[in-house]
Design a protein around this ligand. Structure first.
Ligand code: TXA
Ligand code: MG
Length: 344
């Protein structure tokens, strides 16, 4: 390894070749993508993909996304490729869009969770693309975190999450996008976004000429008051810090932080619009009002705030706007899943 401690490797040509060799031997390699770091294994090797589930502590019925070197590999993985998939691949790949398509018979059940579909994407990161090109096949890769925890956006986060459970971590620097890809289901009649991401329903509509359904979104837009949560309460615990996390609108943020601090609680705040009141009793991160920058830093901020060991993390409710919908989704899930103190 070139000069860095632990499993973290600089992505030299030599280390990328080594990573491809490890994948061929059924080992686990963490790789940078533009969204978050992935925990990669040979998607055609059921034993290797089983090792992903073991390393993450993830239930076997949660399918994995297969990462491809280019859209030309699609026919090996999907038995039917609708025109809309080709148009979207042309528009957004490499990029943060995962397409759910009818699987090819050769795709192992271990990858698809036994479903008749497979999730596919071409990531937009030079290191991921170099590794995929060297490997010349599909790399199954979920986010490289323990199940239910915050996704990693740096190599150090991966090392912290998985330690010796991963054989090599290619260090591609901090992830550009910072939150997971948009997942679009094209396996049924109507396209449906299963997970919002940087590529929005509006972006997709511009390419395919119809707006996809968005899971969890009301059919007709509803008037939302500022303190109405963007997401329902029935969400799985996911993307969650171990410190209890609450979402609060700007006008309640300072008041609530001061009240909790007054009760002797240690409070950490993640704001984007609300001004820092300069109260020394709480830690305040001003993330700024640019959605792309906010997403880029979100998981690093949540990790930093979680590491303070505060009693509460208060997060200013994100704006109701398409550019913020993926952020609102992740924060909603973080709030639902937060507070599991025993977790790492
Ligand atoms: O940005 C990303 O998508 C990152 C990077 C590493 O590419 N990957 C990622 O993977 O977020 P993961 O496993 O943490 O989340 C993938 C999600 C899971 O919720 C899984 O259930 C869903 O994709 N998924 C995968 N295959 C599916 C399928 N065939 N049908 C429905 N959902 C699927
Ligand atoms: Mg994940």
């Amino acid at each position: 390894m070139t000069g860095q401690p632990g499993r973290i490797a600089v992505p030299t040509a030599e280390n990328i070749a080594r990573a491809a060799t490890l994948l061929r031997a059924g080992k686990l390699v963490a790789l940078p993508t533009e969204t978050v770091y992935g925990l990669g294994a040979d998607a055609l090797d059921p034993q290797a993909t089983a090792a992903i589930f073991a390393a993450k502590g993830r239930p076997a019925d949660h399918p994995l996304i297969v990462h491809l070197p280019s859209a030309e590999h699609l026919p090996r993985w999907a038995r039917r490729i609708p025109k809309e998939a080709i148009a979207l691949a042309r528009a957004f790949w490499p990029g943060p869009l995962t397409l759910i398509l009818p699987r090819d018979a050769d795709v192992p059940d271990a990858v698809t969770g036994g479903q008749d579909t497979v999730g596919l994407r071409v990531p937009n990161h030079p290191v991921a693309l170099a590794l995929l090109t060297a490997f010349d096949s599909g790399i199954a890769a979920p986010s490289a975190n323990r199940f239910g925890r915050i996704s990693p956006t740096t190599a150090a986060h991966v090392e912290h999450e998985l330690g010796e459970r991963v054989d090599l971590i290619l260090d591609g620097g901090p992830c550009q996008v910072g939150i997971e890809s948009t997942i679009l289901d094209l396996s049924r009649d109507a396209p449906e976004i299963l997970r919002p991401g940087a590529i929005t329903a509006e972006d997709i509509a511009r390419v395919i000429g119809r707006r996809p359904k968005v899971r969890g979104e009301a059919a007709a837009p509803v008037e939302e008051t500022v303190d109405t949560p963007r997401v329902s309460g029935s969400l799985a615990a996911h993307y969650a810090p171990s410190t209890p996390l609450r979402l609060l609108p700007a006008e309640m943020l300072v008041e609530e932080a001061a009240e909790l601090a007054g009760e002797g609680s240690r409070v950490a705040v993640l704001a984007h619009g609300c001004a820092d009141p300069g109260d020394s009793r709480f830690t305040w991160i001003a993330a700024g009002a640019d959605a792309a920058v906010y997403a880029h830093d979100l998981y690093a901020h949540l990790r930093a705030l979680d590491a303070l060991g505060a009693d509460f993390i208060l997060v200013e409710t994100p704006p109701v706007h398409p550019a913020w919908s993926a952020i609102a989704d992740r924060l909603g899930r973080a709030a639902v899943g937060s507070g599991a103190r025993e977790a790492p």
